[in-house]
Design a protein around this ligand. Structure first.
Ligand code: PXG
Length: 436
């Protein structure tokens, strides 16, 4: 079989023709670096796709995967159990405030979102409030690629080609405001009042039709949009007032990205559900989870005892390979203090990124913890082209970044050193200058 035939693989979210004409192939990884097929070392500025929070090829995780495959490769997860799924759920809830204490496992961020949206509606139904079916998302949001997540999502190209989406979905305005907040360090000052939009949606549609609001604490995929100071607290307050569930999608912010285990703690906002994935297994074996408040779980615990209380789940929900991997991942995070390390490194990361101000076409730089973005002025008539050129140039120079629209997003593994932060900024600066 020809291994150099690139044709059969339809690559996800990829410019297939461009890639196949000039492939960028990664063949191994360790710590902060990838190695490419032409033997170059590539600094990982994105933790893979925002998931390899502890860096690559970590021994405990590698070992856990091998051991688990030999010990218990798979066990049915419907009407049967295995110890590690229970152990993992009990450990995960320790990272969240008291009320958030039950875990439903999935295999990805997209599935976590679908699961949370379904639980929200079923929760209202089981309590006799089945009229609450509407979900409220936000412009520019990314909640995965399945129909529920697409519907509450707010990225035009992700929605436009796929026919009717879910009915009854409402959207808040996004919070990105360059005129007021460009070059903010940390959370932007202006825009908390955008949360009041929720009151308008409630007034128009009546609270009795609204099930849940879902937002990313920091919108990652769309280019790292940070919540204005006070915004999330206000959303929480309005949701509580109207009996609407608040879902925080922590697929990117979970597991230390912002300097605390979850944004829930960092931003001091307690939602009714948290969705996560990615960093839960350090990006290795696929896994996601929805963590729900006790009241939600308890509401379902009724009806005939021999029947499932929730008709939902996946073949791989909490499967042994993923559970063992997640436990080893949490051990690694704990042993190395990684879930709070972004807080210590944030000042160096902030200084390094903001040092790029003044380079050609840089119209904004934003950062929090170990997530950051450099926004570029689009090339006239070719949106996305400039950031794509920077991405290509950076790769050539030995740095992996993410280009989204005309924003370069950064989310390095949480093990990054200050010297590597300097190198990351230096290489990115060179790429931005070269692509001008
Ligand atoms: N919610 C959020 C907030 C996400 O960021 C998902 C859900 C979906 O997760 P899955 O595991 O189904 O992909 C995400 C995923 C990028 C990028 O660089 C972002 C994501 C995935 C891949 C690339 O913009 N976010």
């Amino acid at each position: 079989m020809a291994t150099n035939n690139l044709d059969a693989y339809w690559m996800p979210f990829t410019a297939n023709r461009q890639f196949k004409s000039a492939p960028r192939m990664l063949v191994s990884a360790s710590g902060m670096h990838y190695r490419s097929d032409d033997g170059r070392e590539i600094l990982d500025g994105t933790a893979g796709l925002w998931c390899v929070n502890a860096g690559h090829a970590r021994p405990r995780i590698v070992e856990a995967i091998a051991r688990q495959a030999a010990e218990l490769d798979y066990a049915p997860v419907f009407q049967m159990g295995h110890p590690k799924a229970f152990e993992l759920a009990a450990r995960l809830v320790q990272y969240l405030p008291g009320g958030l204490d039950h875990v439903f496992f999935t295999n990805s961020g997209s599935e976590s979102v679908e699961t949370a949206l379904k639980i929200a509606n079923a929760f209202h139904k089981v309590r006799g409030e089945g009229s609450r079916y509407r979900w409220v998302g936000r412009e520019r949001a990314y909640h995965g690629v399945n129909y529920g997540g697409m519907s509450v999502g707010g990225i035009g190209p992700n929605r436009r080609d796929f026919g009717p989406l879910m009915t009854g979905v409402l959207h808040l305005r996004h919070t990105h405001n360059l005129a007021a907040n460009a070059f903010s360090r940390g959370l932007p000052e202006h825009g908390a009042d955008l949360a009041d939009e929720l009151e308008r949606l409630v007034a128009l549609n009546d609270a009795s039709t609204i099930s849940a609001v879902i937002v990313e604490p920091v919108a990652g995929s769309t280019g790292v949009l940070l919540p204005p100071k006070g915004y999330l607290a206000k959303l929480r307050e309005i949701c509580t007032k109207h009996g609407i569930l608040l879902i925080l999608d922590e697929v990117i912010t979970g597991f230390g990205r912002l300097g605390a285990p979850f944004a829930v703690e960092e931003f001091d906002v307690v939602p009714d559900m948290v969705t996560c994935a990615k960093g839960i297994t350090n990006g290795t074996v696929p896994m996601g989870a929805v963590i729900v408040r006790k009241e939600i779980y308890d509401a379902f615990m009724q009806g005939p005892e021999h029947l499932p209380e929730l008709f939902h789940g996946y073949t791989y929900s909490g499967n042994p390979m993923a559970a063992a991997t997640a436990l080893a991942t949490l051990d690694t995070y704990e042993e190395e203090g990684l879930l709070t390390r972004a807080k210590d490194l944030a000042p160096a990361f902030e200084a390094a990124l903001h040092g790029l101000k003044g380079l050609p076409n840089v119209i904004d730089i934003r950062n929090y913890g170990l997530v950051g973005a450099v926004e570029l002025a689009p090339r006239p008539g070719a949106p996305g082209r400039r950031a794509f050129d920077v991405f290509l140039k950076a790769y050539e120079l030995g740095l992996l970044v993410r280009a989204t629209g005309d924003t370069i997003a950064l989310s390095p593994p949480l093990i990054i050193s200050e010297a590597e932060i300097g190198r990351l900024a230096d290489l990115l600066g060179q790429a931005i200058t070269a692509a001008a």
